[in-house]
Ligand binder design. Sequence first.
Ligand code: ATP
Ligand code: MG
Length: 336
Amino acid sequence: MSPTDHKSDGAGAVLSIRGLHLAFVSRDARGAPRRARVLNGVDLDVGPGRIVGLIGETGAGKSMTATATIGLLPPSAELSGQIVFEGTDLLGLRGTALDKVRGARIGFVAQNPRAALEPVTRVGDQLVRLIRAHSSLSGPAARERAIEVLTAVGIPDPQARYRSYPHELSGGMAQRVVIAMALVNRPKLVIADEPTTGLDVTVQAQVLDLLQQRVRAQGAASLIITHDLGIVAQYCDDMAIMFAGRVVERGPVAAVFADPRHPYTQRLIAASRARIGTDLTSLKSDPPDLFRQTSACVYADRCDRAQAVCQSAPIERPCSPAASEHRVLCHLTPIP
Ligand SMILES: Nc1ncnc2c1ncn2[C@@H]1O[C@H](COP(=O)(O)OP(=O)(O)OP(=O)(O)O)[C@@H](O)[C@H]1O
Ligand SMILES: [Mg+2]
């Protein structure tokens, strides 16, 4: 598929997020409301069959973007904007309509498989329950499907593993089960939030290879959240770089690596070239103040090129008329 098969205006995308704002409301000591502004207008597309890497330092809002998409934010969250999935704005859905999308049309691979699996339920029973919640398959047919998906994710002796409890599995095997659960209902979109954190390096590669291979085999699209540019380079088609609750640059991986336009992306890529395996946490400086309301560019305080114009919010623009899918959010980037 060519990168232009999905357009940057979101048309044809499986998932198209536009102007997503998220704040958490709490009360200060005098009872006045305080808003922690976590997402400040996220724009992001996941095209059909594409694997998109969402990257950015701790606190940038990557997990909150995913959590908003799967509809699992806590009640104190104030959310506005659009999350259009297969043509429907998920922000307009409630209750069972949302449950139908979550778990069936969108699969989720959590960071910690131990937290994602129920400790006292056998692996096979968890899969069967998920299958039967979203289909009319009979018990035996659901069991067959569960064994089939355990086999597909490379679990040795799937018949025996079907009867295992999560604590009987290694970390890598448990994460394979979580991937099986995310894929079992053949979703159109798989969201994986740091799917290999905590696994050793060899197992990480196995899990990512598997995720990529299964997502492609099922023709699904995927959003993979990571701190690691190497993972993005190796496994993703497109990438989006987040900073302080905004996507500051996005586009095909090859285009962004070849010609990064945002000063933050340039800094990340330069740092990763200087040192293989750079984790973005090593670039961390003071986190942005979530309580400050400002119309300035989110990167202005950290940007060594900032000018007066950066005190106003930039608008995302295509980097060139010929390649409109590579887009940047910066006043200072020359656009041909
Ligand atoms: N319930 C909450 N109330 C207030 N602030 C919250 C809440 N949940 C998350 N946040 C804040 O939202 C911001 C974004 O969090 P998020 O988990 O999306 O970051 P992230 O990019 O996934 O970071 P990491 O790479 O560390 O996982 C953080 O500053 C976090 O403290
Ligand atoms: Mg996170």
